[in-house]
Design a binder for this molecule. Structure first.
Ligand code: AMP
Ligand code: GLY
Length: 427
């Protein structure tokens, strides 16, 4: 199969890597890709923001399947444009992608579909901000959860006990012309579950847990994700079936009823609260870095699943088969991330990291400089992924890999999967 993957991050490297390991060889292309992806696929230097050029590239390559990695081109309508050219695409059209592109719209869909989520209020101007906070956080309850309504690359959400900070974030978003969603705080461990969707049906992958905060102990600001692991030994029996039944399927049914069927990955971001499973957010694409661990555990082929979803009939393919192994990934971030990110620093030690047992390195924000050296080019630079018979082994291997990498000023979390390996999640 000829497959074009759109994107340049760790998620796309993980997708391309997994496609390259299918039992049948594929002709793999990526736009724009990164130096890691370039070892497995032909790269085309088209940025993800240039929809015209991506459509032109797809028309020229005529791939059997286009897989769109990031949310921004999906929300901007890339999948619609490709479909209108007769190209088979894994990824939702702009209307269905609003599940991620507008948090208030996602709330509306969840309400219509009866999907359990945090109580919320949408606020459009500052005069309604204080009253909105009082409604969602009655009697001085904390923390406050204040979210920019639109896409914000993981930086639009503030969770804080400090009312002044909540107000300041709210005002900043409103002053910039955006809307806000104020939410009830959901207390409990978070789970990421990706469902492959063909417009009607949802095929769940294995659940993973992401570490959103920049620093160990879940301190510091929210990031795109600093590490992940799968499986979740602490998750309740039947969790995946429950989420498909109460979250993914009703959402798909509601979107299909509205005439905007969802094709692609429905990423259910969940909190397991004392009152049950609640949706924290929906995303309309694979998660990063969760994909690095979930796809590493996929023991059957990936391309037939993505193609069947894109063609609208997941019932035509066998269910995915999973490895019993555990997988963990630790993100190496550049100095200053997430507030800023220092770039252009030389990266060393990847080969040494990959010499470790069952360990490999995913490129997330890397580039080749004029001298051909591999340098940092983003906030999240590399992900070291490792597998093992249990989580303790997988996470130790990933950390050993991180220790072999040299990147000046970089930081990472050493507590990825630690609580799960020690049996103390939610304790
Ligand atoms: P979102 O962009 O909506 O996923 O929010 C980013 C992160 O903020 C989530 O992964 C959670 O860690 C946290 N968060 C968002 N909404 C809530 C909520 N209602 N209660 C608690 N934490 C939340
Ligand atoms: N790691 C969470 C996300 O991809 O949004």
């Amino acid at each position: 199969m000829k497959i074009l993957v759109i994107g340049s991050g760790g998620r796309e490297h993980a997708i391309v890597r997994r496609l390259s390991r299918d039992s049948i060889p594929h002709e793999l292309h990526a736009a724009p890709g990164n130096p890691g992806i370039g070892q497995l696929a032909t790269l085309h230097p088209v940025p993800v923001g240039d929809l015209d050029a991506l459509v032109a590239l797809s028309r020229q390559l005529r791939p059997d399947l286009v897989v769109v990695g990031p949310e921004a081109p999906l929300v901007a309508g890339l999948a619609d444009r490709l479909r209108s050219q007769g190209i088979t695409v894994f990824g939702p059209g702009a209307e269905a992608a609003r599940l991620e592109g507008s948090k208030s719209w996602a709330k509306e869909i969840m309400a219509a579909a009866g999907v359990p989520t945090a109580a919320s209020v949408t606020v459009h101007d500052t005069s309604a901000l204080e009253a909105g906070l009082d409604q969602v956080n009655p009697d001085g309850a904390v923390p406050y959860v204040v979210k920019a309504d639109g896409l914000a690359a993981g930086k639009g959400v503030v969770v804080t006990d400090d009312r002044l900070e909540a107000l300041a974030h709210g005002r900043a978003v409103l002053d910039a012309g955006g809307s806000l969603v104020l939410e009830e705080y959901l207390d409990g461990p978070e789970v990421s579950l990706f469902c492959l969707c063909d417009g009607q049906r949802a095929v769940p992958l294995q659940p993973a847990q992401d570490f959103k905060r920049a620093m160990e102990g879940d301190e510091g600001p929210n990031t795109g994700g600093m590490g992940a692991y799968s499986p979740l030994p602490w998750a309740p029996e039947g969790l995946v079936d429950e989420v498909v039944r109460t979250v993914a399927q009703p959402t798909l049914t509601e979107l299909a009823r509205r005439g905007t069927p969802f094709v692609g990955t429905l990423f259910c971001g969940l909190a397991l609260t004392a009152r049950g499973v609640r949706v924290v957010e929906f995303n309309v694409r694979f998660g990063d870095p969760e994909t690095q661990v979930v796809l590493e555990r996929l023991a059957s082929d990936l391309a037939p699943l993505l193609l069947a979803a894109a063609q609208g009939d997941l019932s035509a393919v066998p269910a995915p088969v999973w490895s019993e192994d555990a997988a963990a990934t630790v993100v190496i971030a550049s100095e200053g991330y997430p507030a800023s990110s220092r770039t252009g620093d030389e990266i060393g030690g990847i080969e040494a990291a990959e010499a470790g047992e069952a360990t490999h390195v995913i490129h997330a924000g890397t580039a080749q400089d004029a001298q051909g050296r591999l340098v940092s080019a983003g906030g999240r630079v590399l992900c070291v992924v490792a597998t093992g018979a249990d989580l303790a082994t997988a996470r130790q291997r990933a950390l050993d890999g991180v220790d072999a990498v040299q990147l000046e000023g970089s930081h990472h979390r050493r507590d990825i999967a630690r609580a799960a390996a020690e049996g103390t999640v939610g304790a």
